[in-house]
Write a protein that binds this ligand. Structure first.
Ligand SMILES: *Cc1c(COP(=O)(O)O)cnc(C)c1O
Length: 289
């Protein structure tokens, strides 16, 4: 259903990077969520008539599920702990787009009275079925390596639930050597949390990506001057717009580990740019001179 996403070469901070543009994968899906939910687009679910999920009111997964539901003609119910007054009064970003796709939002915990006809999706799409679409991502990378005769490769992508990084590394394990090494960093919680997430999806650690982190603790969704700075720099030097939640931490972490840059490196742009509609005004209010 999707055409494979392009791979470009960019220069940033005097290093050369390959950039996998998964943000361009589909106009209506948010980057890696298109990969994670691909299974539900491609297969038949004659008994399903509704998706139920939960998470934050601005999440990329929420928006992508609203797209999936719309494409498949399913209802979509989404549970949140809280919707900020400002967002409720001024819908924007993922929240607005998901509502326009027909999402029914509920504050509080849902009670699943019946699971019949319901497709239940974990927060952030953290589930086994994600492996299906992420294998295709791996295959696109393998084909590109062959075409361009790129033997050794490091791959970097920032993690939330870690689902994408895990299944990507796992997809390469069967490949002949040298197989790519997948590096990632935790954006939600710390390295231990991310390791736990990996273990829940895959017990065998030989399939796990390599976790890199920064020394300072980082809180998901909070504003950091360093994040805004590198986001602006990325745009100035590469012309590419990245997301403001994951990518700034991803790039900061990657640049702090020069040993990973000794081989050709592929950074995966996982989309999420629609979410910038809520993050950017917050950054501009706080730091713009
Ligand atoms: C969801 C998301 C991630 C995190 O993906 P996981 O599979 O949960 O690790 C990273 N970047 C963007 C832009 C996302 O939307």
């Amino acid at each position: 259903m999707f055409k494979s996403s392009p791979i470009e070469t960019i220069r940033f901070e005097n290093h050369s990077f390959y950039l996998k543009r998964d943000d361009l994968l589909h106009p209506d899906f948010s980057g890696n969520k298109a990969r994670k939910f691909y299974y539900f687009l491609e297969n038949d679910f004659p008994d399903i008539s509704k998706i139920i999920s939960y998470g934050s009111a601005q999440s990329n997964a929420m928006y992508s599920l609203s797209v999936l539901a719309k494409m498949r003609g399913w209802e979509f119910e989404y549970f949140v702990d809280h919707v900020a007054d400002y967002l409720r009064d001024n819908p924007h970003g993922n929240y607005k787009a998901a509502l326009e796709n027909g999402m029914q939002i509920h504050v509080g915990r849902g009670v699943l009275s019946s699971t019949k006809n319901v497709l239940y999706i974990e927060e952030g799409g953290r589930q086994k079925e994600a492996e299906y679409g992420i294998r295709l991502l791996a295959q696109e990378i393998i084909d590109w390596q062959k075409e361009n005769n790129i033997k050794e490769l490091n791959i970097f992508l920032p993690s939330g639930t870690g689902t994408t990084a895990l299944f990507l590394q796992k997809a390469f394990v069967g490949e002949r050597t040298p197989r790519p090494t997948v590096y990632t960093c935790p954006c939600v919680g710390d390295s231990e949390y991310l390791k736990k997430q990996f273990l829940e999806l895959e017990e065998d650690e030989k399939y796990h990506p390599t976790i890199l982190s920064l020394e300072k603790k980082h809180h998901f969704g909070k504003l950091y001057r360093e994040n805004y700075k590198i986001w602006l720099k990325l745009q100035q030097q590469t012309g590419v717009v990245f997301d403001l939640l994951y990518d700034p931490l991803g790039w900061r972490t990657l640049l702090a580990h020069p040993e990973v840059l000794t081989k050709p490196i592929l950074y995966i742009h996982q989309g999420g740019v629609l979410g910038n509609e809520s993050m950017l005004p917050r950054y501009e209010r706080k730091y713009k001179m």
